[in-house]
Each structure stands twice: as structure tokens, then as C-alpha cells.
Ligand binder design. Structure first.
Ligand SMILES: Nc1ncnc2c1ncn2[C@@H]1O[C@H](COP(=O)(O)OP(=O)(O)OP(=O)(O)O)[C@@H](O)[C@H]1O
Length: 263
């Protein structure tokens, strides 16, 4: 299990306090308190539409919040000036649901992109670093000059992960990283996340619906429901939860093997 050798300590690197996010007259996230410790992998689950992606986007500053605070690496992002924001953004990498690679750039150019934006490195060095990141995520050199439309789903995820790692982040945000992958591809991706976490000391915030991924990768799980935190705890805690949605989620036929392994 991931939790056995987790290097997590108690310092929160992501912290929301009474976070409220809404659109028009709809409140999507309602006074959410959530904290992620350094070095841990937190899985975020919840029914479709419960606000998992909205929370992620609010934490990384892509969505404004109405009230409450979001602190990442000890800084309240919303109160930062432009320069400090850019400095903070360099310290995290994001893997969006569909990969969000630039379709007009090759894999190599996509991975170089954040370095172009945030660093002033000589072109040769930038290219060399991009090659290393691509190798790190398990893509071969034959992928370098391919465009996103020429990649398989698994390759897109890996290329997007290489781009998320381009600036040597401390935190990795993953939005459904294994969605759309076949079970073998998904479990390889899980292994990759754990290897990277252990090798690079990353903190990982992972939104997922994937039960196997939750079991393989996470140290703790936060369950959202109707904009609130239903529960936070280990997989074993989740398997013993009283909440009706959690009972159904972890008690359903797809979760039976987890129940056998963890209770
Ligand atoms: N830009 C937006 N404008 C208006 N409403 C939005 C916007 N983004 C998200 N929402 C609404 O916020 C709610 C939560 O969306 P979110 O994408 O966070 O759900 P989710 O929990 O990630 O769902 P899923 O598991 O299906 O991906 C949904 O009702 C969605 O319609």
C-alpha cells in the first residue's frame, strides 16, 4: 500500500478554509475545509457534479472564490500580485482531464512550453530537459516529433504528465489521470505516479473515479458531496463509512475486491 512508505509529514501544502465557489446564484463549493500534507497522495472522489474539478480549479487559481481562503505552499494565491502568482505557479504542475496538450505543437514542443514561459534557458538545454522529462514518463524518443492527434490516449496522458513535470514542481494536480485508459494502461500510470512521488518527493492531489487507482496510489481520500466534505480518511476508513453515497460507492460490485483486500 502507498501509505506504508509515504514520506508525508504533517505540514499542509494545500489548505482550504471555508472555501466557497459558485456560478451565478449556484453555490458549488460550500465552506470547504481541506488540507493536503507534504508528500502525500490525496485522492478526491464524489458523485458526478459534486465539485471535484471546480475545487481543483479554485485551488490553482483558475476560478475565483467568493469567500474563504486557499493556501498553496503557505501562500494565499488570490491575494498575490502577478509576479508572486507566476512564482507560485511554477511550483505546481497540472494534468487536466483530456491532457490539454497544444494540438499545433509536437510532444517535445509541448513539454518545452512551460520552460519557455517561465524560464530563460538556452534552447539546447531546454530541449535536453524536455527529452529527460519525456523519458521519465516512459515515452520513447520516437514520440518527440509526434503531434497530439498522432498519440494514443495513454501517450497523451504521459506527454501531458511530462509537461506538468517540466518545471520540477512540488505539487502535482491530476484530474482523472486514468480516465479513458485500459486497465493495464491505468495500472501502469498508477505505478508511474507512485514512482514519481517517491523519486521526486511530490505531493499529489488526484481527482478520480477509478477505484483501483484509489487503492493503488492514495494515502488518504477526501469525498465531496454537494459542495461539502463528506469524509476524509484512508481507504479502510472509507470502506467502513456510514454515508449512503460512500456505502454505495465502496459497497458496489466494482469495489468488491477492495473490500476483500482491505477489511
Ligand atoms: N464554468 C462554469 N460555469 C457554470 N457552472 C459550472 C462551471 N464549471 C462547473 N460548473 C458546474 O459546477 C458543478 C460541479 O462541476 P465539476 O466539474 O466540479 O464536477 P465534478 O465533481 O468534477 O464532476 P465529474 O465527476 O462529472 O467530472 C456542475 O454542476 C457544473 O455544471
Amino acid at each position: 500500500m502507498a501509505s506504508v512508505k509515504s514520506p508525508a509529514d504533517e505540514t499542509p501544502v494545500i489548505e482550504t478554509e471555508k472555501l466557497v465557489v459558485g456560478f451565478g446564484d449556484r453555490v458549488i463549493i460550500d465552506e470547504l475545509d481541506l488540507s493536503v500534507k507534504r508528500g502525500e497522495v490525496l485522492g478526491v472522489i464524489g458523485p458526478s457534479g459534486s465539485g471535484k474539478s471546480v475545487t481543483l480549479r479554485a485551488i490553482i487559481g483558475l476560478l475565483p472564490h467568493r469567500s474563504g481562503t486557499v493556501k498553496v505552499l503557505g501562500r494565499d494565491y488570490q491575494s498575490l500580485g502577478r509576479r508572486e502568482r507566476l512564482e507560485t505557479e511554477r511550483r505546481w504542475g497540472v494534468l487536466f482531464q483530456q491532457g490539454a496538450l497544444f494540438s499545433s505543437l509536437t510532444v517535445l514542443e509541448n513539454v518545452e512550453f512551460p520552460m519557455r514561459e517561465h524560464q530563460s534557458l538556452p534552447a539546447k538545454l531546454r530541449r535536453e530537459i524536455a527529452r529527460l522529462k519525456i523519458e521519465l514518463v516512459g515515452l520513447g524518443p520516437e514520440s518527440h516529433n509526434l503531434y497530439p492527434s498522432e498519440l494514443s490516449g495513454g501517450m497523451i496522458k504521459r506527454a501531458a504528465l511530462a509537461r506538468a513535470l517540466a518545471l520540477d514542481p512540488e505539487i502535482l494536480f491530476l484530474d482523472e489521470p486514468t480516465a479513458g485508459l485500459d486497465p493495464i494502461g491505468a495500472s501502469k500510470f498508477d505505478e508511474l505516479i507512485l514512482t514519481l512521488r517517491d523519486a521526486l518527493g511530490l505531493t499529489v492531489y488526484m481527482v478520480t473515479h477509478d477505484l483501483d487507482s484509489l487503492a493503488a496510489v492514495t494515502d488518504r481520500i477526501a469525498a465531496l458531496g454537494k459542495g461539502k466534505l463528506l469524509m476524509v480518511g484512508t481507504l479502510s476508513d472509507m470502506l467502513g463509512a456510514d454515508d449512503p453515497w460512500l456505502k454505495e460507492y465502496f459497497g458496489g460490485p466494482r469495489a468488491r475486491h477492495l473490500t476483500k483486500a482491505h477489511t
